[in-house]
Design a protein around this ligand. Structure first.
Ligand SMILES: [Zn+2]
Length: 274
C-alpha cells in the first residue's frame, strides 16, 4: 500500500495495519493543513506500524497541533496513547468519545460547528453520531474535502449496531454530509471518494431498502409477531450466512428505529408491525 500519499492540497494519507473488519485490513490516517498540521486517526496498535507513523509525522517537518480521534472504535484509537506521547502532541475528540476512553486524557473536546485553522485552511468540525455517538467529520469548504471516518467506506461495510449506534441519527447525518456538496470524501477505510454526494445518498437508499425488508418480515409474521433472529434470514437472504451475526446487529438497529417511529411494537423479545 502506497504511503504516504497526497490526496488533496494540504492533505496527505497514511494507511496503517489495524484490527479492523474484513475485507478492510488498514485504517487511513490523514495529515491536514498547509501550515500547522493536524493528524487524524491514531489507529494502529502494532509497534512496527506505530514506528512508521511516527517517522511519517516527523518527516512532515511542520508543527503538529494535535491528533484527532474521529470516534472511539478499536481500529481508530489503537495508537492514540503511544503516538501522542512519542510525538508530544495532545489528543482531541468529541466529549462522547472522551467519555468512552477516559484513560486517554483527551485534552480538548471538539464541538459541532467549530473551526480549526491550519495555515490557509479552515477545517470545520461536524458532529455526526449514528455509527458511534461521538463520531466527528472534518470539512474544509474551500477545498471541498471532508474527512468522513466511518460514516462511509470505499472498502467494506459500515456497521450500525443497536447499543452505541443509532440508525435514525446515522441516516440523518448521511443526508447532512450529502448536503455539503463536497468534491472529495476521505474515508478511514479504502481510497478517496470523488464527488461523494451520490455515495452518501446511495448509503441512505440502501439502508431504507433494508429497513423495508425488515418491515416486510414483520408484516409476514402477522399478529403472532417475530424475533430479530427470525427476521435476519428474510431481510438478509441476499447476504452470505457468515455475515448474519453482524446482520443481526443491523436488524436490531433498524427495529430500534421502527419502534421509536411508532411503526413497530415490541415486548422486548418479539416484534409486531404497528
Ligand atoms: Zn467505527
Amino acid at each position: 500500500m502506497l504511503r504516504p500519499r497526497d490526496v488533496a492540497d494540504g492533505v496527505s494519507a497514511f494507511p496503517t495495519r489495524t484490527p479492523t473488519l474484513p475485507p478492510a485490513t488498514h485504517t487511513q490516517s490523514y495529515a491536514l493543513g498547509t501550515g500547522q498540521v493536524l493528524l487524524v486517526e491514531p489507529a494502529t496498535p502494532y509497534a512496527d506500524e506505530q514506528r512508521a507513523f511516527i517517522e511519517w509525522a516527523r518527516g512532515l517537518g511542520r508543527e503538529i497541533v494535535a491528533i484527532v480521534l474521529t470516534h472511539h472504535h478499536v481500529d481508530h484509537v489503537g495508537g492514540a496513547e503511544v503516538l501522542s506521547r512519542e510525538l508530544g502532541v495532545p489528543l482531541w475528540a468529541h466529549r462522547e468519545t472522551a467519555a468512552r476512553l477516559p484513560e486517554l486524557g483527551i485534552a480538548r473536546q471538539l464541538e459541532d460547528g467549530e473551526s480549526i485553522t491550519l495555515g490557509d485552511q479552515h477545517w470545520q468540525v461536524l458532529h455526526t453520531p449514528g455509527h458511534a455517538a461521538g463520531h466527528v467529520c472534518l470539512f474544509e469548504p474551500q477545498l471541498g474535502a471532508v474527512i468522513v471516518g466511518d460514516m462511509v467506506a470505499s472498502q467494506g461495510t459500515i456497521l450500525i449496531e443497536p447499543t452505541d449506534g443509532d440508525m435514525a441519527e446515522y441516516l440523518g447525518q448521511l443526508r447532512r454530509l450529502e448536503g455539503l456538496g463536497a468534491k472529495l470524501a476521505l474515508p478511514a477505510h479504502g481510497d478517496p471518494i470523488a464527488d461523494p454526494s451520490q455515495l452518501f445518498a446511495h448509503y441512505v437508499a440502501h439502508r431504507l431498502e433494508r429497513e423495508q425488508k425488515v418491515v416486510s418480515a414483520l408484516e409476514g409474521a402477522g399478529p403472532a409477531g417475530t424475533t430479530d433472529l427470525f427476521i435476519v434470514p428474510s431481510a438478509y437472504a441476499d447476504t452470505a450466512r457468515a455475515a448474519w451475526p453482524l446482520a443481526l446487529l443491523s436488524v436490531r438497529a433498524h427495529l430500534v428505529k421502527l419502534v421509536a417511529e411508532g411503526r413497530a411494537r415490541t415486548d422486548g423479545d418479539k416484534y409486531w408491525i404497528s
